[in-house]
Design a protein around this ligand. Sequence first.
Ligand code: FAD
Ligand code: NAP
Length: 509
Amino acid sequence: MLNVPPQAFPAPSSQQRVAAGGRAKVPLKPGRSLMDWIRLTKSGRDLTGLKGRLIEVTEDELAKHNKKEDCWICIRGFVYNVTPYMEYHPGGEDELMKAAGADGTDLFDQVHRWVNYESMLKECLVGRMAVKPIAAPKGMLPEKKVLGASARDLTPSYDWFQTDSLITIVIYTKQKDMNAELVIVDCQDKRLRGEIIVDDHSYLVEVDLDHAVQEDMAVNIAEKVGKVEFILKKKDNIHWKMLGQALESHNTFIKRTERGLFYRQCKLVSKTEVTHDTKLLCLMLPRSTHLCVPIGQHVYLKQTIAGTDVVKPYTPVLPFLPLDFKEPPRHDGAHLYLMIKIYSCGLFTQALDHLQIGDYISVSNPEGNFKKSQVQTSEDLFLLAAGTGFTPMVKLLNFALTEVGCLRTVRLIFFNKTEDDILWRNQLEQLALKDERFEVQFILSQPTKDWVGKQGKISSSLLSECVKRSRKDSKVLICICGPTPFTEQGVQYLKDLGYSQEEIHTFTA
Ligand code: FAD
Ligand code: NAP
């Protein structure tokens, strides 16, 4: 059992109260944390009122359960009695009530597609919809998108061929600027899953292979012509009659947001201290996985805590900052580095902290809305980070200083409580000495009396002092990341100072 005092959280600023992405934050009553909910689901109480029976629910029946004290919601064809969950919902009762007695799939996907509701609400399952729901159930064979004549021509296609020892699957993406970040491949046992990202769409090859293959696999990308090859080594040099059995989502081209999150098991290979409460975790991807997390994107980690799957987002960093320009840090493709603050009352981070070297954890495909081109066209880059909100800035800094020629100023304004909380302070100071374009400013909200640097919190006056165009009309990009209220206030102050929405990027899940 986890050692979590039930009354201690969610604390006022906990992620369980403060929803990411600027959504409503609702103070939950004491004893209504995620851990409390997990406890309730394990208590053996009948949470559906159906004494364990599963029923077929008609639309008329669903519609009747539309009150706070009797609320059913349909998600992907399954109906849940969410009445007992009301007080535990981090987004508040009113958000849940928006889908009361109706199909809440679209609303759910818009707000938190990544939350593992199947596990979280399993004790609330009433049954299936008797008639076809409005949104296609997850896992059913999705229809191929009919996109209109010109768009349909852009649907990727695949082919395969073999030699005595190799199987090559070729994907014609019909996309010119293919790169490694747009290709995610996993081959576990005989199951091959290859995803190609084309703008906001995803093409999938998903097959149960006819025969076993070896663990190591190569991915070749012909960037200019948009051809991607997965080269698999046969375990036995026999002739394959077919590639294998197509799985449910094989050969589909759908919106990325409609694709379920895919997880693979990664091994924890090292855990090093960054500060008194923050650690750098190095996770090793399986040999048969090809995955590069783009700048500004996060992955979801999934752990089973007291029998319930809990999912939280984390933004991969580099193992260190680009101090040696001869050899800038590069992602070697095999490891993911995560800088994670361990909260003393944190449900997820406490469980993470208990992982031992050699243990495995589930890691999802990357997600996020940052585009490199936003930096490539900028002359002045400002990074406003609070606490671990520094994590998306790491790869961004590396990219800006090593690959973007037109940047004149790169300034990190880093908000922390105390000096001891500053992440990679030495590296940042060294980087500022090495690269004259880069400046770092530390601002402490709870400094000791010895602190001679700036102190305070994010404010309009502070931003007007620290964020300035290097020339009257220079192109500027301001990236902000930290606790949601910090980010929201920052955006508001910047807008008040005359910066446009296009000049501001916030990192959210
Ligand atoms: P919870 O159980 O949610 O909270 C329990 C306790 O933790 C609270 O009582 C409180 O004491 C403390 N706590 C939690 N959140 C806060 C907070 N914001 N401020 C103060 N106290 C808090 N975190 C990282 O460490 N590294 C990352 O790279 C990272 N990337 C993220 C990327 C995205 C897109 C988002 C939305 C969040 C990211 N986070 C990151 C935060 C992370 O997802 C979790 O919210 C965090 O690890 C807390 O999880 P928990 O379950 O341990 O805490
Ligand atoms: P923290 O140490 O609690 O706070 C860092 C600094 O921000 C402190 O100076 C703190 O001042 C200030 N601050 C906190 N809340 C504030 C608010 N409401 N308004 C103004 N200033 C505020 O931060 P942390 O524990 O590391 O948390 C980092 C946050 O970043 C988490 O919420 C995490 O979810 C988020 N994050 C998001 C992403 C992403 O990509 N979206 C990535 C990583 C992290 P005080 O003295 O007032 O506390």
